[in-house]
Design a protein around this ligand. Structure first.
Ligand SMILES: [Zn+2]
Length: 228
């Protein structure tokens, strides 16, 4: 999905240089406002200094806005006391869902979009769904309130992010992807990773010659974590 960027005021988060290895959790929040938009929130955190709070992403039913870069630490689950043993600001990504409409009802479209974003983040940072938590699970705070009040709403969200992603079938099954440039988007991160780890070498001249079915197999195994 397309992610817009408006970086928060520098006083609202901690600059860091985290790598994928430092990011082990995704924490889900709701903004608590009624009828707000992801962009309004990103604008607000960019404009206002000294908020002592921040999140990496804001999502509504139309779009996602990144407010704090993934490599930096947002202040979204800080607390004096924790319920969760390991998840903290320093090792997590915070996703705020603009969850309520003007009447205070749940906006399912925002939740659906958040699920899409979370799936992408899970793939990018190799985070399993057991490491996707509600703010409530980390500190006991009533956030995201609708998903605390109605555990089914949370269970469904977890189901959606856990469901295996459908691999695009529109490519011809006899296609041979000659170089990394020919590799389709759904497999590119996997192939790049396997090349960087030295598992995929091709002929050493950038020529990979990957057959479609072989590529599917690689991606499935890679998602299962078989190539470490
Ligand atoms: Zn929260």
């Amino acid at each position: 999905m397309t992610i817009n960027t408006k970086t928060a005021h520098a006083s609202n988060y901690k600059a860091a240089s985290r790598t994928a290895a430092n990011i082990g959790f995704i924490v889900i929040h709701y903004t608590g406002n009624q009828g707000d938009t992801a962009k309004n929130n990103a604008d607000y955190f960019a404009r206002q200094a000294g908020l002592n709070a921040s999140a990496h992403y804001f999502v509504d039913e139309r779009e996602a806005w990144q407010s704090v870069p993934d490599k930096d630490v947002a202040w979204h689950v800080g607390a004096r006391k924790y319920v969760h043993k390991a998840c903290r600001n320093a090792n997590s990504i915070g996703v705020e869902i603009c969850m309520l409409d003007k009447a205070g009802r749940v906006r399912q479209g925002s939740i659906d979009n958040a699920a899409k974003l979370v799936r992408e983040l899970m793939a990018k940072y190799r985070i399993t769904s057991t490491h996707v938590l509600r703010h409530y699970d980390v500190t006991g705070k009533d956030c995201p309130a609708p998903m605390v009040a109605d555990p089914k709403l949370w269970a469904t969200f977890k189901q959606v992010i856990t469901k295996p992603e459908k691999i695009e079938e529109d490519e011809d099954m006899y296609t041979v992807y000659k170089t990394i440039k020919d590799v389709p988007a759904w497999a590119r991160e996997c192939v790049n990773d396997l090349i960087s780890k030295g598992y995929l070498k091709g002929d050493g001249d950038g020529q990979l010659d990957l057959e479609h079915y072989m590529l599917r197999g690689l991606v499935i195994n890679w998602r299962a974590g078989l190539y470490q």
